[in-house]
Ligand binder design. Structure first.
Ligand SMILES: [Zn+2]
Ligand SMILES: [Zn+2]
Length: 192
């Protein structure tokens, strides 16, 4: 009776990949899943659908929150980058300042939306810091150029391409913006 057990055993397949044999089940919904479909969570193996549902409970941000996050991060990123662009600090100082600056911007943005996060809050915040930072640096370069031109008695405006080119060739500024964006992103990934 027991010798033919393997023959009687019915083969089971992944719910997503019908060609993959598996006996692993999601410990929440019971769905069969292959190694690729299974997600190891602190409470055991779960299917992607259940993991996503769990995450949706955590992600409570609404559309407006994304806008607020983008505005706060772009604004503060612009101010921070303009200061870095104007001061011409030593590279090491810029690098040391970038991470706490990004962390602080992330914290302020989180407070502005009552700590509600969305699935893409971190990405939105990082992109806003990067774009706002670049815009702030371009504005700073343009204003500085106009001031110098005015003092020289020949008022002139720097073309936008030239200002952008100047900002993009400032290695310290680029590193500052990139590190600040990374710090903002990781601040949003922290679950506090
Ligand atoms: Zn499941
Ligand atoms: Zn599968």
């Amino acid at each position: 009776m027991t010798t033919d057990a393997p023959l009687n055993e019915e083969l089971t397949f992944c719910a997503v990949h019908p060609d993959r044999e598996t006996s692993l089940r999601c410990n929440r919904c019971g769905r069969l899943m292959c190694a690729q479909c299974a997600v190891l969570t602190p409470v055991g193996y779960r299917c992607r659908e259940c993991v996503r549902q769990q995450e949706d409970k955590f992600f409570t941000a609404n559309q407006l929150d994304y806008l607020i996050i983008a505005a706060v991060c772009a604004g503060l990123g612009a101010v921070g980058a303009a200061i870095v662009s104007a001061l011409n600090l030593f590279l090491i100082l810029v690098l040391v300042a970038a991470l706490p600056f990004g962390g602080a911007v992330g914290e302020l943005a989180l407070q502005a939306v009552s700590r509600r996060r969305g699935r893409y809050s971190g990405q939105v915040a990082a992109a806003a810091v990067a774009l706002g930072g670049l815009a702030g640096a371009v504005a700073q370069v343009s204003v500085a150029f106009s001031q110098i031109a005015e003092r020289a008695g020949r008022p002139a405006a720097l073309p936008l391409e030239a200002a952008l080119g100047a900002a993009l060739s400032d290695l310290g500024l680029l590193l500052f913006v990139a590190l600040a964006a990374a710090a903002v992103y990781s601040r949003f990934r922290m679950r506090i």
